[in-house]
Design a binder for this molecule. Structure first.
Ligand SMILES: NC(=O)c1ccc[n+]([C@@H]2O[C@H](COP(=O)([O-])OP(=O)(O)OC[C@H]3O[C@@H](n4cnc5c(N)ncnc54)[C@H](O)[C@@H]3O)[C@@H](O)[C@H]2O)c1
Length: 285
């Protein structure tokens, strides 16, 4: 089954990015947010992103208009009923996601695939909240979704081969390079990346080096495009703590235990780029 109509739940960093990726691939997208204002804000963010690309000569004006016209935004979950695939990208909280899967199962047509963009949480726990666990997979995009090539397709113990194959085909149709991974916390990338990010904060906390020197060292020494503290700001510090907590719960490895400074920054509302303040300061929109 080719995916012609995609539903996205969640109006954060990732939800709007995935909408842009899919609509640019010719897919009709219905974005659902809890409030109509935030749903509308997602459309504005999409407009801004498309305009930037037109200004840079990366996209024709007519194509930008076509992409924009394929996306609608709603606060009504029932509007997702006719979708071939729904990807949820709400807050990284297993209870919220489990409840959402039960609701999506009730609303979305039989046979459609229900997917999660979770970074670390057990996909099977969401699958078993539905009457179609074989039609549930992880489709994990990376941030920023329009720019990052990788998509991890997460197969649970009960996902059907057909569902996994359709998810892979969808990611390819979006111009991405999918890999298939079993349902383990952090999948491939975050399981390997987060001990590094967490230890960078530990190093800052221990005053081993300054923020700028830690980031400069990893850029210059490993040829990484950004340093670990700047990357944490991009991911979001609240999301990062949730990811570390899920990894620690699963593996009990101390490298996954979020360092105190990270938690304190979240408590202070310093969430990174999205709040305007993280390890660095950002101009708010
Ligand atoms: N930030 C990243 O780099 C990144 C990358 C890949 C995947 N993800 C995953 O994508 C998902 C969303 O992350 P994000 O970075 O877009 O987060 P975000 O904080 O930008 O957005 C979270 C969204 O969830 C909504 N939300 C919060 N509580 C809710 C509730 N109780 N019910 C329904 N919706 C609720 C918020 O309104 C917001 O729209 C998470 O599962 C995260 O792990 C994040």
């Amino acid at each position: 089954m080719a995916i012609e109509r995609l539903g996205i739940v969640g109006s954060g960093i990732m939800g709007s990015g995935i909408a842009e990726v899919a609509s640019r691939a010719g897919v009709t997208v219905v974005l659902r947010s809890r409030k109509q204002e935030t749903a509308d804000a997602m459309l504005l963010a999409l407009d801004r992103s498309l305009s930037r690309q037109v200004d840079r000569g990366k996209l024709e004006e007519a194509e930008a208009t076509a992409v924009r016209n394929r996306v609608s935004a709603t606060a009504d979950l029932e509007a997702l009923a006719g979708c071939d695939l729904v990807v949820e990208s709400v807050v990284e909280d297993i209870d919220v996601k489990k409840q959402l899967f039960a609701e999506l199962d009730r609303v979305v047509r039989d046979g459609a695939i229900l997917a999660t963009n979770t970074s670390t949480l057990p996909v099977v726990e969401m699958a078993v909240k539905t009457a179609r666990p074989e039609r549930v997979v992880g489709i994990h995009f990376f941030n920023p979704a329009p720019a990052m090539d990788l998509v991890e397709i997460v197969r649970t113990l009960v996902s059907s081969d057909e569902t996994v194959a359709e998810a892979v085909a969808f990611a390819e149709a979006c111009g991405k390079d999918p890999v298939v991974v079993e349902d383990r916390a952090g999948f491939i990338v975050n399981a390997l990346l987060f001990p590094y990010l967490n230890n960078a904060v530990r190093m800052l906390e221990n005053r081993t080096a300054s923020r700028d020197d830690i980031d400069a060292a990893m850029k210059g020494g490993c040829n990484f495009p950004m340093g670990p503290l700047a990357l944490l700001d991009l991911v979001g510090l609240d999301t990062s703590v949730s990811i570390l907590d899920a990894l620690y719960t699963e593996f009990r490895d101390p490298n996954y235990a979020a360092v105190p400074q990270l938690r304190r920054m979240v408590a202070a509302g310093h969430l990174g780029r999205k709040s305007g303040q993280g390890f660095y300061g950002y101009a708010t929109k």
